[in-house]
Design a protein around this ligand. Sequence first.
Ligand code: ZN
Length: 140
Amino acid sequence: MFDELYQEIILDHYRHPRGRGELEPPKITQEGFNPSCGDEVILDLRLEDGRISDIRFHGRGCSISQASASMMTEAVKGKTLAEAHALIQQVLAMVKGEAEGDPDALGDIVALAGVRNFPVRVKCATLAWHTLEEALRSAT
Ligand code: ZN
């Protein structure tokens, strides 16, 4: 279904998720759900000095939804809110096929570009990113 390398990257994040777990309070918690696949992503994050100082996720779902959450927590930790917003927009555009992903800026996240030809899977790949967007919106 996907490019083999992309598939390997996704499976690696699924099997060895980065940033999986929960944070102690004080924290912001945001739940995301993708009913078309049954994916669930719950984000715990902490904002300090306009940055995402820590972020974890838990939940359950298909390999793409969980791998995407793993990639996201790794990518946005330490970023300013403006940087996080820019990254979210870049990833959503790439996954929906509206723009090419920049491998230098995105790293492993470019593997998610493989879903663009599978509309049902786009929702799996974007779940964590929409959930982060929601969390930042309610926090600011
Ligand atoms: Zn899914």
